[in-house]
Design a protein. Structure first.
Length: 154
């Protein structure tokens, strides 16, 4: 009888250890960790061909036709997903709102990412804006870039 109890106990311990290890392995595989990083986030009015913004602008006029955001991308393997959210933070009597959101997927030779918004027909509303760039991994923190729109100076 004592021998049966010991055998059952050994089987239980082996089963429990196997269960814990398989649970850990299953959960560990669900993490998406990467060394990819977004650096030198800039906003500008034009992007040279195959290059990021040459300079960083934080104040745009209401009549600016397009606003670009670029960021250097480091250590990102092919297939890395980058989400770019454009937000209006509000100004005057206009409420804050999400403007647009896109997701890009990198290729093997991707060195930087960019996005742009064209001005609305009536021009940009005055106020503050934010662009949030995030890499679709568990260990990446979103990068926030703010800019503002003001009426042209007379």
């Amino acid at each position: 009888m004592l021998e049966n109890l010991k055998n059952n106990s050994d089987k239980f311990v082996k089963f429990f250890v196997l269960f814990v290890l398989s649970t850990f392995a299953t959960n560990a595989c669900s993490f998406n960790v990467s060394t990819a990083a977004l650096e030198e986030v800039k906003t500008c009015t034009e992007v040279p061909e195959n290059q990021p913004c040459a300079s960083d602008i934080s104040q745009f006029e209401k009549t600016t036709p397009k606003i670009f955001v670029t960021s250097n991308l480091k250590y990102a393997p092919e297939g890395t997903k980058i989400k770019i959210d454009w937000k209006y933070l509000g100004g005057g009597s206009v409420k804050a709102t999400d403007i647009d959101s896109i997701t890009l997927e990198t290729k093997s030779d991707t060195k930087f990412v960019y996005s742009y918004l064209s001005a609305p027909t009536s021009g940009w509303p005055d106020g503050d804006y934010e662009i949030v760039l995030s890499i679709n991994t568990d260990n990446s923190k979103p990068v926030h870039k703010q800019f503002s729109i003001s009426k042209p100076k007379s």
